[in-house]
Design a protein around this ligand. Structure first.
Ligand code: AMP
Ligand code: FE
Ligand code: FE
Ligand code: ZN
Length: 278
């Protein structure tokens, strides 16, 4: 544990994506960057993948950074997409691996259907080109990247806006994995379940309803949001006795407006996650 004075300056970013999903920095590059910008705590939370671990834990130790195991699971509830962050779980647990594998199959099937739809509008992307982009989780940002590379769209934002975003021309929902199944898996692996970015839901009431499920925490500070935008979620977490977490949702070059450490939590909020034993 650190000395009193260094703890005062402690900052942790609990939400970022590496090349194990749709980020553009490798896990080691994220750790080097975290060290460079003065973060002391971190969690790498790839979409539906824990492939960054355990190598990232070894590297974090060398850099004297506190790294806690994390993942951002995609789930659905009543046809709505719900992202769930899991922390401090046993990342070697078979239940976690089974869920990640299930997501990999689901994504492969959905991505191929999206490529078929893109073909109908004249955008030709070979599935092999997509598969070459990540050895772990592949998603819409990778497809958007290829669309941009082939000059079918000027940028990734346009690919989402016109073709890939929810409900757009070439969108395919694919199989859904329930919120209940995801929470049960996290509990089985002795992890903590945190509702990600409540800021992105269309109503406060929706978030309150979701929090009736067995969440342990709420991601109250997010990305480039202001204190004013975070405050209602901090109050809600306190009211419901939930852990308060926060993170940037850094993705590297594919989301250039969001930097690692854009938001962070202090030592007092990090300790309960660090000392939770899976
Ligand atoms: P997927 O997990 O394959 O369904 O893709 C969803 C991911 O796409 C989200 O987690 C974001 O990282 C990314 N995303 C969603 N909307 C946009 C957008 N407008 N621009 C860039 N990335 C986006
Ligand atoms: Fe993402
Ligand atoms: Fe998310
Ligand atoms: Zn994320």
């Amino acid at each position: 544990m650190k000395s009193e004075s260094s703890l005062k300056h402690f900052k942790a970013d609990l939400h970022c994506h590496s090349t194990c999903s749709d980020g553009t920095c490798t896990p080691f590059e994220i750790l080097d960057l975290a060290k460079k910008i003065g973060l002391r705590g971190l969690s790498i939370t790839d979409h539906d993948s824990v492939l960054a671990y355990p190598a990232a834990l070894e590297k974090a130790k060398e850099l004297d950074l506190y790294l806690i195991p994390g993942v951002e699971f995609s789930s659905h509830h009543k046809n709505q997409s719900v992202h769930i962050l899991a922390y401090s779980f046993d990342y070697t647990h078979p239940a976690i691996h089974a869920l990640c594998e299930k997501h990999k199959r689901r994504r492969l099937d959905r991505n191929l259907k999206i490529l078929d739809k893109l073909k109908t509008v004249g955008f030709l992307i070979d599935p092999e080109e997509l598969l070459a982009l990540s050895f772990a989780t592949l998603g819409r940002p990778h497809i958007a990247y290829l669309m941009m590379q082939k000059k079918y769209v000027p940028d990734i934002a346009t690919a989402f806006k016109l073709y890939l975003g929810d409900g757009k021309k070439c969108y395919v929902a694919g199989d859904q994995i329930s919120l209940e199944e995801t929470l049960a898996t996290i509990k089985t692996a002795n992890g903590l379940a945190v509702l990600a970015h409540p800021h992105l839901y269309n109503s406060y009431k929706t978030v309150k309803k979701l929090l009736e499920f067995s969440f342990d925490g709420l991601e109250c500070s997010y990305a480039n949001m202001t204190l004013e935008q975070n405050q209602p979620w901090i109050e809600l977490a306190k009211e419901k006795n939930l852990m308060i977490t926060g993170g940037s949702d850094f993705h590297g070059d594919v989301k250039p407006t969001i930097q690692l450490g854009a938001t962070s939590i202090p030592w007092e909020l990090f300790v309960p996650l660090l000392t939770h034993h899976s």
